[in-house]
Design a protein. Structure first.
Length: 265
């Protein structure tokens, strides 16, 4: 054996395995965070150390991504991100599609919208897009009427008819499940309800369209890293993983009516 061959083998042995790439990803509690956590071993096997960082609100994950403290986040849909960019000037872009969650209007006090009393209290998301989605559901239930054409961008100021004079309590989306018992009606997200273990996520009075793909949760990155192959690999692994798929199904209480695997639709 030549000396150069021996030396090369020695150097390779000394170098050891290639160092794994570290990817920091911001999530929120519940199925989104749990499904990403489920991916950690597969990512590790693919040479990626996936560091999952949990946030309890819907503002900080974008602030952290913009500041470079995260490489990815996974908690928001495109309309929410678009509105955040408009308000804050973020240079953030979606790089892959995830799960589409249904939303609903829930009550632990009333069996239907007709039973809701005069002056009832309604808890609703405090961010513009998700507030608009909740108001559309309340309009479909006959509780309020919105200005023509406002769609999911509607706010409390766009309510033109409120025959039962209901009052609204604006709450951070992830906290809605925890206060549903304290109000007459609440906008709810099945994955947060399941995580909070407070009541049946399938008990909503009304639900949004589960196939409305524009509200699918996306993987978002800083625009400067949008073509990073390691970040794209994380998305690819997530979408192809059977373990992730099982975690998503468990996160939605094995109820296929509450979610859609959006990247397949």
């Amino acid at each position: 054996m030549k000396l150069t061959t021996v030396l090369s083998a020695f150097l390779i042995a000394m170098a050891g395995p290639a160092m794994a790439e570290t990817v920091k990803i911001g999530v929120v509690p519940g199925v989104y965070g749990d499904s990403v956590e489920a991916l950690v071993p597969e990512a590790k096997a693919a040479g990626i150390d996936l560091e999952v960082i949990e946030f309890s609100d819907w503002t900080t994950p974008n602030e952290a991504l913009q500041a470079g403290d995260l490489d990815l986040n996974y908690f928001q849909h495109v309309p929410f991100l678009t509105n955040a960019i408009k308000q804050k000037g973020y240079t953030i872009t979606p790089i892959g599609v995830g799960t589409l969650a249904n939303i609903g209007i829930y009550s632990l006090k009333h069996r239907d919208f007709a039973s809701v009393p005069e002056g009832a209290t309604v808890a609703i998301a405090n961010d513009p897009v998700n507030q608009g989605r909740g108001l559309l559901l309340l309009e479909r239930g006959g509780l309020i009427k919105l200005k023509e054409g406002v769609g999911y961008l509607g706010t409390l100021d766009d309510i033109v008819e409120n025959p039962k004079n209901v009052t609204f309590r604006e709450v951070e989306g992830p906290q809605l499940a925890r206060i549903t018992a304290d109000v007459d009606l609440a906008l709810g997200y099945p994955h947060f309800i399941i995580a909070a273990k407070t009541f049946d996520p399938g008990s909503g009075l009304i639900y949004s369209g589960v196939d409305d793909k524009q509200f699918a949760i996306v993987f978002a990155a800083n625009a400067a890293k949008a073509d990073n192959p390691v970040l794209k690999k994380v998305v690819e692994l997530y979408q192809s993983s059977k373990v992730v798929r099982a975690a998503i199904d468990e996160g939605f209480a094995h109820n296929p009516k509450l979610y859609t695997i959006a990247w397949e639709k």
